[in-house]
Write a protein that binds this ligand. Structure first.
Ligand code: PEP
Ligand code: MN
Length: 341
């Protein structure tokens, strides 16, 4: 439920509304907008008496939030959220461009990639140090050593680092090195992990599970927001369908659909979404045209020799060309791309 305060409401009116909500055993979330303040009631609302809330001093109106997710909902917060992490800005006209290898392999690989993607206009560096792999025999990542190499690449280039955390027990070490915590598709419904990153104050990139509905995805975001972490970016990385020509199916309609339902920014991942290098630039362009607030892609100095996901990774020249092709599309959408001013 949301209580919309009048423009003329005083701080005292807001404070007593907060107290009243706490007395009901609900969690008050105060959103101070440019025009007026809204107090959201989070929890089991059955104890709330709408008439009593409506007649409290300074209250304009009370209405329910119909969506199953509350804090993520546009019904609660109409203005779109911008998520910032160092060099990266995502949302409200900033198309964040995140690029880098699937996995961090060695210093030369990650630092040369960071330099190349930065020169082409990327605003953040991606790279997996902890890798969730389908097979237990595949490369599992360099773990803490990989995080250190990402920090070196950040020191060299100033690019913010986006890297995955796969387990609750790794959250502390990843937070030490990362600017953005990535929650992988396979972990989207790992609720203890979502709670753990919700307790941190690092922005989170929440990938959509390959078989998760949009409501399940937004409810996963709700876990993080409910922990008190407001900086969540949603990442559409493709879903599993009957089609086998592409690795996953990248549903571009979910970008504007999700943006209608949530104030959180939406990032597209055409690398995992297609699984083919040759398809990535076209789907990056299409994602920006569909209104994506960011794009994350895999880039490797030598994709043929990558330790993971080489078949969907671009080399430096391909990434540079993709950025060149994306620029006029972002401009046509009235947005700036990556590190462009
Ligand atoms: C990745 O980003 O390399 C990755 C494993 O992605 P996803 O979780 O979307 O499969
Ligand atoms: Mn990958």
């Amino acid at each position: 439920m949301i209580v919309v305060m009048k423009r003329s409401a005083t701080q005292q009116d807001i404070d007593s509304m907060v107290e009243h909500v706490e007395e009901l055993g609900l969690k008050p979330v105060v959103l101070t907008g440019t025009e007026r303040t809204v107090v959201a009631l989070i929890g089991d609302e059955r104890s709330a008496n709408v008439n009593a809330l409506e007649s409290s001093p300074g209250v304009d109106e009370v209405h329910p939030i119909l969506a199953p997710y509350k804090l993520a909902s546009r019904e609660l917060k109409q203005e779109s959220t911008t998520v910032r992490a160092g060099s990266l800005a995502v949302g409200n006209g900033h198309v964040g461009m995140i690029a880098g290898p699937c996995s961090v392999e060695n210093e030369e690989q990650i630092v040369s990639t960071a330099r190349a993607v930065k020169a082409a206009g990327a605003s953040a560096l991606r790279g997996g140090a902890f890798k969730p792999r389908t097979s237990p025999y595949s490369f599992q990542g360099l773990k803490e050593e990989g995080l250190k190499l990402l920090a070196t690449a950040r020191d060299e280039t100033g690019l913010a680092v986006v890297t995955e955390v796969v387990a609750t027990e790794d959250v502390d070490v990843v937070v030490e090195y990362a600017d953005v915590l990535q929650i992988g598709a396979r972990n989207m419904q790992n609720y203890r992990l979502l709670e753990a990153v919700g307790q941190t104050r690092r922005p989170v990139l929440l990938k959509r599970g390959p078989s998760a509905t949009i409501d399940e995805w937004l409810l996963a975001a709700e876990y993080i927001l409910d922990g008190g972490n407001p900086d969540v970016m949603l990442c559409e990385r493709g879903i599993r369908t009957f089609e086998t020509h592409t690795r996953f199916t990248l549903p571009l309609a979910s970008i504007p659909y999700v943006q209608q339902r949530t104030h959180l920014p939406v990032v597209a991942d055409p690398s995992h979404g297609t699984g083919h290098t040759a398809l990535v630039p076209a789907m990056a362009r299409a994602s920006i045209a569909a209104g994506a607030d960011g794009v994350i892609v895999e880039v490797h100095p030598n994709p043929d020799h990558a330790m993971s996901d080489g078949y969907q990774s671009m080399d430096f020249a391909q990434f540079e060309e993709m950025m060149r092709e994306c620029r006029p599309i972002a401009a046509a959408m009235g947005r700036t791309l990556g590190s462009d001013e």
